[in-house]
Ligand binder design. Structure first.
Ligand SMILES: [Mn+2]
Length: 302
């Protein structure tokens, strides 16, 4: 039976199976088409459909991970989270929270989610749920922006406040590690330096992940403006001086041996890049994440 908090995908992601409910012990893809608080250029609400549309043009095989979507067992595309589209961000955000509550009620420690945004605010829903499920969760944050503002432009859950909102739910066993950050206020950077959450280079960030025990739960939040706008132009708040695709693959190569319990890919705004290259880039990133989360045996890591 169809849940009223889910809208069927059209089309589904390449090689996925459609499902009307999250599957425990499996990887579940879900789109969240919200860009109500984007402050500069909107358009991220169109990303889930664009990523799914171009995904079929990708190979199912990843030469980086030596894994194939067709060989790693089923994963599921749940479609998009239902929400109102009233143009009032507060009202639309509330409807999204209501739909997510329906989803979260069917989510346990073995249910893996890969969320496709939407703007970065949507990550809060999934991260807060994982913080509640896993008292020792490590949150990895790849982004150009610190996202540590305590609200922005009258909106507590602004995409400029995503990580700050998540910190509200941090317990003593939770840990934050950030990489790629190159834009923020002095206050944000002072906080990151004092708290020791900002990693200055790829090698130290990878070393941090590598040293985590294999059963330590990890959540990865990827704002696509982590990548340099020369590689991915279709994003609302691009920042020069960004990272490249190979840095992301290096991170996934250490994560594949870890317990990645959730992830999101946010802030793709397809219409901003008329070449269409950005959505293909985004779909490839999603393919690599699916393969990393499923692993060689086709099952999510317990
Ligand atoms: Mn960002």
């Amino acid at each position: 039976m169809k849940n009223d908090f889910l809208l069927a995908p059209s089309p589904a992601f390449h090689c996925s199976e459609e499902s009307t409910a999250p599957r425990a012990g499996s990887l579940n893809l879900i789109g969240v088409c919200f860009d109500g608080t984007a402050c500069f250029r909107k358009g991220a609400a169109a990303a889930p459909a664009a990523i799914r549309r171009v995904s079929g043009d990708l190979e199912s095989y990843s030469p980086y991970l030596d894994l194939d979507l067709e060989e790693t067992g089923p994963f599921y595309d749940l479609g998009d989270l239902a929400m109102t589209d009233s143009g009032d961000p507060h009202r639309d955000w509330q409807s999204l929270q209501d739909s997510f509550a329906g989803l979260a009620g069917r989510m346990d420690e073995s249910t893996r989610f890969l969320a496709l945004g939407g703007e970065h605010s949507i990550s809060c829903l999934f991260i807060e749920r994982c913080l509640a499920l896993f008292p020792d969760l490590v949150l990895l944050h790849l982004d150009a922006h610190a996202d540590l503002r305590d609200g922005y432009q009258g909106f507590d859950y602004s995409h400029a406040a995503t990580i700050r909102r998540c910190l509200d739910h941090f317990g003593p066993g939770h840990r934050l590690a950030q990489f790629g950050i190159r834009s923020g206020t002095r206050v944000e950077f002072d906080w990151m330096r004092t708290a020791g959450t900002l990693y200055p280079n790829l090698a130290e960030f990878i070393e941090f992940i590598n040293e985590l025990p294999p059963d330590r739960p990890i959540y990865l939040s990827l704002d696509l403006d982590y990548f340099d706008p020369a590689f991915l132009a279709g994003t609302g708040t691009p920042e020069a001086g960004g990272e490249d695709f190979s840095s992301f693959i290096d991170i996934l190569k250490v994560l594949r041996d870890k317990k990645l319990v959730g992830a999101d890919v946010v802030e793709l705004a397809p219409a901003i890049d008329p070449t269409g290259n950005s959505e293909i880039f985004g779909a490839k990133v999603v393919r690599e994440l699916i393969l990393t989360m499923r692993g060689e045996d086709g099952h999510v890591r317990r």
